[in-house]
Write a protein that binds this ligand. Structure first.
Ligand code: GCU
Length: 344
């Protein structure tokens, strides 16, 4: 069943991408003269990000419905995140949501989020990401590549999950674990003693099922929404990263808009984040319950200090290798300090 779903969605994806490239189903609908705004998501219609984008669509169409129609394409229908970013860069897609590791090759400041144990509390993470004045400077760093980040989404903490239980870092030794396609993610995973296997999110289910990899690392929704809990039965709270997803726009689209239109899109983006954040925690609780009760996934709460110890030099090494992350890193440390001892 799963396999067919994948084959069908791969076929749809090739078709859709082809249509975008050839200009079939072209952007301005000649009958209404509305500009079609295409948004690509890798997540499903059930995911809080999709709900966030429904808010985005509603707001844009309420304010500027005579000019724009927003179309949402979930489930990697327009390709995995790397592909979707490329299509956003060329303007074939207008917006896409992706994890920051995918942006590292466009602006290496984003490497900072791939550092293990970067944020020392969830409060520090939220405060840093909600510091819009500062983050806007970071979001502008991909401008010269044709991409403009407009907002962020919380996608929780990342934890390892596999076909076998991971109780200590020793259990990771030699395991082939999928990571996101970025140099810093590979470094992080190898530092834990596992063998990093970068691939796109959509390939993970089959790769675990077929034994190409032993597991992966992600938030709890991957178990249910993406069905990874069917093939990996042990989810271990190593809590090694809080990596945001971001909404990426085609730079030219935003820049060529009138000031008023741009403000509407920016407000729509802000509201989409509000919706997404609101749903996140309850969705995680539901996912945990479903994974445990219906899928037989076992949740493990290991001694995190052992895992921290294993990667204790990685932050320092990354700072030495990439001076461009220093400012953002230090900015985050201010928030870590502010919530020290009291942050959840
Ligand atoms: C998270 C994130 C996705 C990303 C995925 C991944 O689920 O929300 O945007 O694709 O991790 O590991 O690739």
């Amino acid at each position: 069943m799963m396999k067919w779903k994948r084959i069908v969605s791969a076929a749809v994806c090739v078709c859709m991408a082809g249509m975008l490239i050839t200009g079939c189903g072209s952007k301005s609908d000649s009958s209404s003269k509305k500009r079609i705004i295409r948004v690509a998501l890798s997540q499903s219609e059930e995911h809080p990000e999709y709900k966030g984008m429904e808010t985005f669509k509603k707001y844009v169409e309420e304010k500027l419905g005579d000019k724009y129609e927003v179309q949402l394409y979930p489930n990697e229908l327009l390709g995995g995140q790397t592909k979707a970013i490329e299509l956003t860069q060329t303007g074939a897609i207008d917006f896409t949501i992706a994890g920051t590791p995918n942006l590292e090759i466009f602006a290496d400041v984003y490497e900072v989020f791939s550092m293990p144990y970067l944020f020392t509390s969830e409060d520090a993470y939220f405060a840093a990401m909600n510091d819009t004045d500062y983050m806007n400077k970071i979001y502008a760093s991909t401008e010269d590549t044709g991409l403009q980040v407009v907002t962020w989404y919380n996608v929780g903490t990342r934890n390892f999950y596999a076909k076998k239980a991971i109780n200590t870092p020793d259990d990771l030794k030699g395991l082939k674990m999928r990571v996101q396609q970025s140099p810093a993610s590979i470094k992080m995973c190898n530092a834990f003693g596992a063998a990093a296997s970068p691939m796109s999110f959509g390939e993970v289910y089959t790769a675990i099922q077929q034994g190409v990899i032993d597991g992966a690392e992600n938030n709890e929704l991957a178990l249910t929404d993406n069905k990874h809990g069917e093939v990996a039965k042990y989810y271990s709270y190593t809590m090694h990263q809080m990596i945001p997803d971001v909404l990426i726009a085609n730079y030219k689209l935003l820049n060529d808009m009138s000031e008023e239109d741009r403000e509407v899109f920016e407000e729509a983006a802000r509201l989409s984040t509000e919706t997404e954040l609101k749903d996140w925690e309850t969705d995680v609780e539901t996912a945990k319950k479903t994974a445990e009760e219906d899928m037989g996934v076992q949740f493990i709460y290991p001694d995190i200090s052992l895992f921290k110890d294993k990667v204790k030099n990685v932050q320092k090494e990354m700072l030495e290798d990439n001076p461009n992350i220093k400012d953002l890193y230090e900015h985050i440390q201010k928030y870590n300090k502010q919530y020290e001892g009291e942050g959840k």
